[in-house]
Design a protein around this ligand. Structure first.
Ligand SMILES: Cc1cc2nc3c(=O)[nH]c(=O)nc-3n(C[C@H](O)[C@H](O)[C@H](O)COP(=O)(O)OP(=O)(O)OC[C@H]3O[C@@H](n4cnc5c(N)ncnc54)[C@H](O)[C@@H]3O)c2cc1C
Length: 278
């Protein structure tokens, strides 16, 4: 779609250059699909030159500009195969996009998180793995924020005007965890209606991240000494998700999303904690 109000496309990744009427341009699959009549300039991250993926003993840094296609190849990268069990989440999350060739090759991890749709699979992946976002501000400061707290609602997030999502750190402790993934959609190739990720950390802690069914990510955490049974888990979901937080759009009614959240959460609990329960 043409953006008729755009006066300039500026290749930059410097937040100091941001001014009202600007938008960061990553893959452009949202900006050029939905349009805007208020934007004046696009600040093009395409030539930022950020390394898409950086691996260290502390974990993995994903540049905001890392494309879905690049991320999909990550589990097969030299030295990574078999190193971190939680990398098995990468492909199901990428596959959760309703992805055309364009989306797959152009859209970015950061663009997906900043779009902040409930069904944003990069939000699911990064929140589920305790990802921490590095955010650069126009005033030159930098802050870090868990991805689970960055997205605050359907299409809303905590980013202030001009703030730039630079990268997401996936910490080694989460990458070393055993994980379970569940996703449901109303149709085979439909947008996610429910997407849950469970994690059993090396220390025995259990973390459940609910996305897609809720307007923003919801995380439940249980210490090693407090592994939940079915009733505990249901009560924790009751407490964490008020009815109005279930998302309501063409991809699923809130009542269905709620029911499926409880069902998939229990499946994940049983899968990851069954040995312990026994
Ligand atoms: C056919 C189709 C199917 C789709 N399916 C899905 C789906 O299943 N799930 C889903 O979540 N989305 C879906 N989308 C929406 C969209 O394609 C994705 O959310 C995509 O990941 C957005 O990434 P992008 O890099 O193209 O973002 P862009 O279009 O470049 O940017 C999107 C927004 O994020 C801002 N932004 C981008 N990068 C940054 C950054 N680093 N820092 C700060 N702000 C930034 C931009 O200014 C803009 O407001 C779909 C779109 C289409 C057209």
């Amino acid at each position: 779609m043409d953006l008729n109000t755009i006066e300039a496309v500026v290749p930059t990744a410097d937040p100091a250059r941001w001014r009202p009427g600007d938008a960061w341009l990553a893959g452009g699959t949202v900006l050029f699909s939905y349009g805007s009549d208020t934007l004046r300039r696009l600040l093009d991250l395409g030539r930022a030159g950020w390394e898409p993926v950086t691996v260290s003993d502390d974990g993995i840094d994903l540049a905001a500009t890392c494309t879905i296609a690049t991320l999909y190849r990550l589990p097969d990268s030299p030295g990574l195969a078999g190193r971190w069990p939680a990398l098995e989440l990468v492909r199901p999350c990428c596959d959760s996009f309703v992805a055309s060739f364009k989306i797959w090759n152009m859209s970015t991890v950061g663009g997906n998180i900043c779009t902040s749709l409930p069904a944003g699979p990069m939000t699911s992946l990064c929140a589920g793995l305790d990802g921490v976002a590095a955010i650069l501000s126009p005033d030159g400061t930098r802050r870090a924020l868990p991805v689970a707290q960055l997205v605050t609602g359907d299409g809303s997030n905590v980013l202030e005007p001009g703030e730039l999502l630079r990268s997401i750190r996936l910490p080694a402790h989460a990458l070393a965890a055993r994980t379970a993934f569940r996703r449901l959609s109303l149709s085979n190739l439909g947008r996610s209606g429910v997407l849950l990720i469970g994690r059993l950390d090396a220390g025995g802690g259990f973390v459940l991240t609910v996305t897609a069914s809720t307007k923003r990510p919801v995380q439940l955490r249980f210490g090693a000494a407090a592994a939940p049974g079915p009733r505990d888990l249901a009560e924790a979901l009751d407490a964490a998700i008020e009815p109005a937080l279930y998302h309501d759009d063409i991809h699923g009614l809130p009542a269905w999303r709620r029911d499926m959240t409880y069902r998939l959460a229990e499946e994940i609990r049983a899968e990851l904690l069954s040995e312990r329960s026994a």
